[in-house]
Design a protein around this ligand. Sequence first.
Ligand SMILES: [Fe+2]
Ligand SMILES: [Fe+2]
Length: 301
Amino acid sequence: MRIAAVSDLHVLPDGQDRNLLQAIQQRVEDLQPDVFVIAGDISDYLKVLVDSLSLLHVQGCKNLYVAGNHDIWFEHNGGPGSLEKYSHEIGAICKRKGFLHIPDQPYVTEDTAFVGSIGWYDYSFRQPELDIKIEHYEQKEYRGAVWYDLFRVDWSFNDIEATNLFNQKLEYDLQTLPNSIKRIVYVSHHLPFRDLTVYKNRLPWDFHSAFMGAESSGRILLNDERIVLSISGHSHVRNLIKVGTITAMTVPLGYGRPADEDLEELVEKAVAVIEISDDGLQVPNFIKGDICSGLPYVSSR
Ligand SMILES: [Fe+2]
Ligand SMILES: [Fe+2]
C-alpha cells in the first residue's frame, strides 16, 4: 500500500493558492497512491475548505481528511461553532468533495484501517524547566505570547476535557474495528508523541510547544499492537521518529510561498510518501525540518 500525506496547507482565500493546490493534486496523482491523507489546517473558513478540497481531490485513490484546529475556528461572520464544524460541517463538506473525514468514521480496506482524530493538547508537552505556572497554559497566554485557539475555539470544554473526549472516541474507534484488521494507520492533527515536537530552548516557542499535543493519545496508540504508522500535522516542523514499533511523522507544508516556478520543488518536499508491505514500512526521501524556511511568509489570519 502506498500512502501520500500532507498537512497544514493554510490556504489563502480568493483563489490566491490555486497554483499551489493544483501542484499538490498533480504531485499526488503522479505518485499513484492507494490513499491520499490530509492531516488538517486547510483554512479557518469553510468556504475555503470547500474550494480547496475540490482542487485537491485525486481520482483513483481514497481521499481522507482530518480537521485541524484552524479548520474548527469559528468565523467572525457567524455560522457554525467549533464543535458543530468538527462533528458535522467538515464531514459533510468532505463527503460532497469526495473525501472521507475519518474522525467521523474510520476507513477500512481489506486488512488495513485508517483511524483519525483532531487530537488535542493537555500541556503534557510543556517544558517543566521553564517553570511557567499551569494557569498560563490554561489561559493560553504568557508574557504577551498568546496561543490563538483562545480567541477562536468556542466549545465549552476545557483542554483536558477536550483531550479526554477525543481520546475516548479514538479508543472506541480502535475497539470497534472489524476482526479482519491487522494494520492501523492513525491520522491526527495534534501530535500523539512528545518526541515529535521540536523544542528550541527559547520563548515563546517552547511555551507554544505545550499546545502541540497530548502524551495520553500516544499511550493509547502504544497499547494497540496493530498500529504501525502515525501521521500528524500541526507542528510546522516536519519530523520522523520511531516510538516502539510505530513510525510517527509530521507532514506540514506551512506558511511559506515560493515564486510560481519553485512551487513544484516545495510540493515535492511537502508530500510525504509511505510504502507499507508485509516486509515492513518505508518512508523514502522524507524531508525533515521547516521546508518554508527562507520563503515569503503568508497568513490569512
Ligand atoms: Fe498549522
Ligand atoms: Fe494546527
